[in-house]
Design a binder for this molecule. Sequence first.
Ligand code: PGA
Length: 262
Amino acid sequence: MARKPIVAGNWKMNLQRDEARDLVTSLVPLVKDVPNVQILVCPVFTALDAALDGARGSQIEVGAQNLHAAEKDGKLVHAGAYTGEVSAPMLADAGATWVILGHSERRQYFGETDAKVSTKVRAAFEAGIRPIVCVGETLEERDGGRTLDVLATQVKGCLANATPQQARECVIAYEPVWAIGTGRVATTAQAQEAHAFIRKQLAALFDTGVSDAVRIQYGGSMNATNAAELLAQPDVDGGLIGGASLKADSFAAIIRAASQSV
Ligand code: PGA
């Protein structure tokens, strides 16, 4: 089944508003004629509108990097006394159509758990926002032979609240933690093995209609040089790009590689 590749820039805690607008403005002409790739950039909350401004009239979509999902008596709370937090409807109001959830940096520094991610997935869908759900093993887990167990637990836990229709609309990002920001990229065989395994989990949790449809991105030191061979793997449907998304040229090169991979 042909899945449309999706390439997302995870800008992390980088770029002021003017820089965000300028980066998207530079990207627009570079990718204007690139067919068959869904493109998004994910700035910090305060630069969402600047990125949207730069993207206006183009095919580039804008997503956030997190949201807060509070729950009371089983119901989601979209506003209230949560100082410093931003809810899913607030992101939608700001123009975000996507949100990155469960990134390993959030798991590591902010104590994000699979259960928390599953609540956030629910909140995103309630607000009409599509999630990119991040999973991936640490180096210790890989060296201990636990990669596939970790991935199975994370996929199941993060999608625990999702209906089959919602699961189909999720994007999963496989990001081996040891490859993020390290310059150490997974081999094509490691990436393909993990992606195929995640797809198998989706079939077991939902059905093959879902597992065939879900796009699974690779993330972790993907760049203009290594993107093509990773994207050529049958179960690699795009990339979640950190460092290389902060420059229009390198991000555009990855987007072109994704376009040529179909
Ligand atoms: P990187 O980050 O491309 O800089 O390794 C990827 C990510 O954290 O999503």
